[in-house]
Design a protein around this ligand. Structure first.
Ligand code: PEP
Length: 248
């Protein structure tokens, strides 16, 4: 089945109003920069800027996290409905930096995905194993456990999410999973989705982890890799555009 590719930039905690303006204007101006679906996910304070600068463009935008709660006494948290008010289409949930640095559990990530869907957002649910887990031959068990919490929580709505396979050892390290290693896990995730939803063949599964302009095309040519979640390289317009072109 042919699925339209999606390339999503994750700016992480980078940017400033001035730097973002330059980056967004460069992305908008690049000819042929969006031969696939393209989105950028920015820190919360910049969502209004994305809405203004990307309005009328083919580039969608989103946030990097949301609360599992709808409202209330949760100081410092941002609800999915608040994010949706800024025209966002996507929200990343369960990024490994949040799972590791903020001790987010599989169930919390699943609850965040549910809150995102309730607000009309598409959650990009990240799963992935650490190096120690890969070396212990636990990759399949780890990603299955992470995705299973989401499937169990979302039930028939699982079909509405985007999944991102991001091996933790490949994020920001310059070390990329080989196309074969990534495909193996993507196929496994799709089989798991197939057991849960009839439309799994149409679902988008992104690869993330040191994707660059020179390795994107071979990764994206794998049968079950439907694009990428791009960290570092999404901060440079030409690099991000080259990755999007590799997805065409
Ligand atoms: C990420 O932040 O999700 C990511 C994949 O980062 P990088 O591309 O820098 O490895």
């Amino acid at each position: 089945m042919s699925r339209r590719k999606l390339v999503v930039g994750n700016w992480k905690m980078n940017g400033s109003l001035a730097a973002n303006a330059a980056l967004l204007d460069a992305l908008r101006a690049l000819p042929g920069a969006a031969p696939c679906d393209v989105a950028v996910c920015a820190p919360f304070p910049y969502l209004a800027q994305l809405q203004t600068r990307l309005a009328g463009s083919t580039i969608a935008w989103g946030a990097q996290d949301c609360s599992a709660h709808a409202s209330g006494a949760f100081t410092g948290e941002v609800s999915a409905a608040m994010i949706a008010e800024f025209g966002c289409r996507y929200v990343i949930v369960g990024h490994s930096e949040r799972r590791t640095l903020h001790a987010e559990s599989d169930q919390l990530v699943a609850d965040k995905a549910k809150a995102a869907l309730a607000a009309g957002l598409t959650p990009i649910v990240c799963v992935g194993e650490t190096l120690a887990q890969r070396e212990a031959d636990e990759t399949a068990a780890v990603v299955k456990r992470q995705l299973s919490a989401v499937i169990h929580t979302l039930a028939h709505c699982t079909a509405q999410i985007v999944v991102a396979y991001e091996p933790v050892w490949a994020i920001g390290t310059g070390r990329t999973a080989s196309p074969e290693q990534a495909q193996e896990v993507h196929a496994l995730l799709r089989r798991q989705l197939q057991a849960a939803t009839a439309t799994a063949a149409a679902m988008t599964i992104l690869y993330g982890g040191s994707v660059k302009a020179d390795n994107a095309a071979t990764l994206f040519s794998q049968a079950d890799i439907d694009g990428g979640l791009i960290g570092g390289a999404s901060l440079v317009a030409a690099d991000f555009a080259a990755i999007a072109r590799a997805a065409a």
